[in-house]
Design a protein around this ligand. Structure first.
Ligand code: PLP
Length: 386
């Protein structure tokens, strides 16, 4: 399907709302029925029509249709955050006694679910280096029901061979889910590779303006219905109509923003790679990246996030670099208009800082929508103060 059609037209029924170009926010909790039969039908299958906005809502439905099409999936559910989408996707597919295999260092709240929540219900998780198919094969046990992927992974951008892992999982009837937030389905379509559940946080590139949260799960009708009838309705974690409207608004400019971020990333990367205060830059499409070939095979492009390894033997110079930035903000999240940094050492007690551990010298950079020269100048002056 044409991406311009998806972003500008699909799911929109303008003649039903005064031919307004932007859709209305249907800010209603409940929907009225004319007949008892119609109400009965809605009770029987809440995914079949409008009953109550904890289930379906017309504004959210426009967004669902667009996001399903972007992912080349049959259906989609949109949650109030990416973390809520992860929880629902995993919980719906495991039961007491099951075993999960996950990439090591998945998104922090996925890891918390695996380490803290699921063991209370008798579900155990094994973390592996997901870069090689053999590691998934070796880790799979008789009771393994779920593979959790994140490609590229945070900070080191490690990739998993998606098509191979999905094919092996299918043979073993193991459900696969991926956190596809880095690439989005536009640059890494994962459903055509055989992945069952495609998750992305909508807080990042879909929203794009750092003003709302959201989370996306895409997959088959049957899978989405299973999640809708249980976790989605039961936890009430669906997105609110206004936030859905903001995400539809974000989608209008998704491609233009991603193209801009991609071009700027190239310029910023070229500057950083030759800077004497930078030991190396970790970035999936860089010639120094150990999985460059796989990156080029399964991703159409890489941009936005990269990890800088600063050349220093002390924490203070990392602090000086981050605190000297005049325009680039120090904040979590990414995917918005604003460039951002997070120093890894902010999450490590100062006394434990060890410069011999290269990870302690990581600073994650997100390249936003500012002029590349503006971003580079800010990096240059802050690096000079290290
Ligand atoms: C932000 C993020 C999430 C979580 O999304 P929220 O919308 O913040 O809940 C999950 N995975 C990745 C890779 C993220 O960057």
């Amino acid at each position: 399907m044409d991406i311009s059609y998806i972003l500008n037209e699909l799911g929109e029924d303008r003649e039903h709302y005064f031919n307004a170009v932007a859709p209305p926010i249907v800010q209603a909790s409940n929907f009225a029925f004319k007949t008892v039969d119609a109400m009965s039908k809605a009770f029987e299958d809440e995914m079949g029509g409008y009953l109550y906005s904890r289930g379906l809502n017309p504004t959210v439905d426009i967004l669902r249709k667009k996001l399903a099409a972007l992912d080349q999936a049959e259906d989609c559910l949109v949650f109030n955050s990416g973390a809520a989408a992860i929880f629902a996707g995993v919980l719906a597919n495991v039961k007491s006694g099951d075993h999960i295999v996950s990439v090591k260092n998945p998104y922090s709240w996925a890891q918390k679910m695996f380490d803290v929540v699921l063991p209370r219900f008798g579900v155990q998780t094994t973390y592996i280096d997901g870069t090689r198919l053999e590691n998934w094969q070796l880790a799979a046990k008789d009771n393994t029901s779920f593979f959790y992927l994140e490609s590229p992974n945070s900070w080191d951008f490690a990739l998993q061979p998606l098509q191979e892992v999905a094919a092996f999982a299918k043979e073993r009837r193991i459900v696969t889910m991926i956190d596809n937030s880095y690439s989005t389905p536009v640059y890494q379509p994962v459903i055509p590779l055989g992945i069952d559940l495609a998750m992305q946080t909508a807080t990042k590139y879909i929203g794009g303006h750092s003003d709302t949260l959201g989370g996306v799960l895409c997959g088959s009708h049957a899978m989405m219905k299973k999640i809708f009838d249980s976790e989605y309705l039961g936890t009430g974690s669906g997105i609110q109509p206004f936030n859905a409207w903001l995400l539809i608004r974000g989608l209008r400019t998704l491609q233009a923003r991603l193209e801009r971020v991609s071009r700027s990333t190239q310029e910023v990367l070229a500057f950083l790679k030759q800077h004497p205060a930078i030991e190396s830059v970790i970035f999936p499409f860089d010639t120094s990246f150990p999985q460059l070939e796989l990156a080029r095979k399964q991703m159409k492009d890489a941009f936005g996030l990269m990890t800088l390894v600063l050349k220093t033997d002390n924490r203070q110079s990392i602090v000086r670099f981050c605190e000297s930035l005049k325009h680039i903000l120090m904040a979590v999240s990414w995917g918005g208009h604003e460039s951002l940094v997070i120093p890894k050492c902010a999450g490590i007690p100062a006394a434990d800082f060890n410069p011999a551990n290269r990870e302690h010298r990581y600073v994650r950079l997100y390249v936003g929508l500012e002029e590349p020269s503006y971003i580079i100048e800010d990096l240059r002056q802050a690096l000079s103060r290290m």
